[in-house]
Design a binder for this molecule. Structure first.
Ligand SMILES: C[S@@+](CC[C@H](N)C(=O)[O-])C[C@H]1O[C@@H](n2cnc3c(N)ncnc32)[C@H](O)[C@@H]1O
Length: 228
């Protein structure tokens, strides 16, 4: 698995990943982490959790992965790791690892995969989670206001009702059971420590749809556990 540390890319095998996460109570995976601010601040606020920020674009990860590798006095954090990979081909090293997963303000083929319940994306996310893990997805519902970006023309707008009436059934086929779907309040949006949440909330209150899913694996597809 390719881990970014500033300008460097390091390889980590499964045994090395397990050694890294072993001292921590829980593993959190932030899928489509972008510049990694959410992952970094989550790791700083939860020293009992090991946080993995995953993104398909290596350059996005450079700055905060560099900061995380510095001495603690200079922003270094031992409990965060940045992985360069697409969720469509998740590193096998992360299989069954996450107790909690986040997808905050996805874009590109991560967003379209979630909007269309594409098996590759849903299985990619669920495959990095343990049975019973919680997945929180926050999407910007305002992008369907005119002018709709060309990447999203032709895609059905995301609403709370669409999550409940359409996506819930389709996600269930990939082991994701809907727990709740709601519009985030102004306070909830303000507390989202992500660069894109801040950018979109600048000078206005955006409309973010949040859906929370439980990863439920049928016993027949249960894979080997990773301990604890
Ligand atoms: C709008 S940014 C949001 C970043 C961050 N979550 C935030 O809130 O600031 C969307 C991110 O999703 C990443 N992304 C898009 N497709 C992806 C894929 N297939 N696998 C992993 N990351 C992907 C992009 O590289 C980009 O960094």
């Amino acid at each position: 698995m390719r881990c970014v540390q500033g300008r460097a890319v390091l390889g980590l095998d499964r045994a090395a990943v397990l050694r890294l996460v072993e001292p921590y109570r829980e593993v959190v995976i932030d899928v489509g982490t972008g510049d990694g601010l959410f992952a970094y601040t989550h790791a700083a606020a939860h020293p009992e959790r090991f946080v993995i920020g995953l993104d398909a674009t290596r350059e996005n990860l450079r700055e905060l992965s560099h900061r995380a590798a510095r001495r603690p006095a200079r922003g270094g954090l031992a409990n965060v790791l940045f992985v360069w990979a697409s969720v469509r081909r998740p590193p096998p090293e992360l299989e069954d690892l996450g107790h909690e997963l986040f997808v905050i303000l996805p874009w590109g083929d991560l967003l379209t995969g979630l909007l269309e319940a594409e098996p590759e994306v849903l299985d990619g996310i669920a495959g990095m989670a343990r049975d019973g893990a919680l997945l929180t997805v926050v999407c910007n519902a305002q992008v369907w206001e005119e002018p709709v970006p060309k990447e999203l023309r032709g895609f059905t707008p995301l609403t709370v009702e669409r999550v409940r009436d359409d996506l819930a059934g389709r996600y269930a086929r990939h082991g994701l059971r809907l727990m709740s779907a709601s519009l985030l309040s102004e306070e909830e949006i303000a507390s989202l420590r992500s660069t894109w949440a801040r950018r979109l909330a600048h000078g206005r209150v955006p409309r973010f749809v949040q859906a929370r899913w439980r990863v439920v694996r049928p016993p027949s597809t249960d894979r080997a556990g990773t301990g604890s």
